[in-house]
Structure formats: structure tokens, C-alpha cells
Design a protein around this ligand. Structure first.
Ligand SMILES: [Zn+2]
Length: 145
């Protein structure tokens, strides 16, 4: 796996367990292990170079099955967001909260929980990815910097 200098993400402690803990497979374990260690990783096609996010064992651009794990620089810009007021019961204690679409500097677009207040003034502003450390494992989020 390639490695970025100074790419360790800040860690934010979250209360309790993850509301919907991810199902970790043999294939996705490297992603979760890296996230727990403060690094954001995904798969990249060895044939055409396209990133897959979330990590996948098949390139959705050229259908190659030759993918490699790569580390992503954990920063980008806020492309869009929405504020969620009506939530599933497991998230009732967190509402309202913001979900953002982040364009990472490496070209990956992802969706994740946004920490802190997010307004339209934050669109296209720099964001940093953070590890959300729950009692039972990590998730990832972002915050405007
Ligand atoms: Zn490909």
C-alpha cells in the first residue's frame, strides 16, 4: 500500500457503539484496520487507475478484477451537504446532523457525517477527514477546517 506523509487523521471520540456497525469481510478488513489506525484507504484499479469507493474488488470503470489498496490523503472540499432532521431511531439522539458530500484531493467523492455546524457558506471550503472512534470500532467523518 502506498503511504502519504503526514496523513494520519484526527480522532474524535464518539459515545457508545456505532448505530449500524459495518459488516467486515475478509476483503474490507484492510479498510477498517487502516481506519482504526487513523488512515483512510480504498482500492484503485491496477489497469485503468480508477479509484473505487467504498473499496471494491471489481473496477466499475473497466471491470478489471486487479485492484490494489491505496491510502488517500484525508482532506478535500465540501461539495454539498444536507441537514437531517427526521432520522432512524438509532440516530435519534444525534438529530439534527449534517451529511456531506466531500471531494477528496485524490479525486474520490464520498458521503459522510459532518461534524460541527455546516452552512451554505461552507460549500467548497476545505474539509479534513476524521476518525469517529466508537466503543466498538471506527467510522469516518469530516469537518470544515
Ligand atoms: Zn479499471
Amino acid at each position: 500500500m502506498t503511504s502519504h506523509e503526514d496523513s494520519s487523521m484526527p480522532v474524535v471520540d464518539m459515545p457508545g457503539n456505532r448505530p449500524f456497525a459495518p459488516r467486515v469481510s475478509g476483503f474490507t478488513r484492510p479498510f477498517w484496520d487502516a481506519l482504526g489506525a487513523g488512515r483512510l484507504c480504498t482500492t484503485r484499479c491496477a489497469d485503468c487507475g480508477a479509484f473505487g469507493f467504498p473499496p471494491r474488488n471489481l473496477c466499475r470503470t473497466c471491470w478489471s478484477r486487479t485492484v490494489r489498496w491505496v491510502e488517500l490523503a484525508p482532506h478535500g472540499r465540501l461539495y454539498s451537504f444536507t441537514r437531517v432532521h427526521v432520522v432512524p431511531g438509532a440516530f435519534a439522539g444525534d438529530a439534527p446532523y449534517a451529511i456531506g458530500i466531500v471531494d477528496l484531493a485524490d479525486g474520490v467523492r464520498l458521503m459522510c457525517r459532518m461534524l460541527g455546524e455546516v452552512t451554505a457558506d461552507h460549500l467548497d471550503r476545505p474539509v479534513e477527514m476524521v476518525v469517529l472512534r466508537y466503543d466498538d470500532g471506527p467510522l469516518f467523518g469530516a469537518r470544515v477546517v
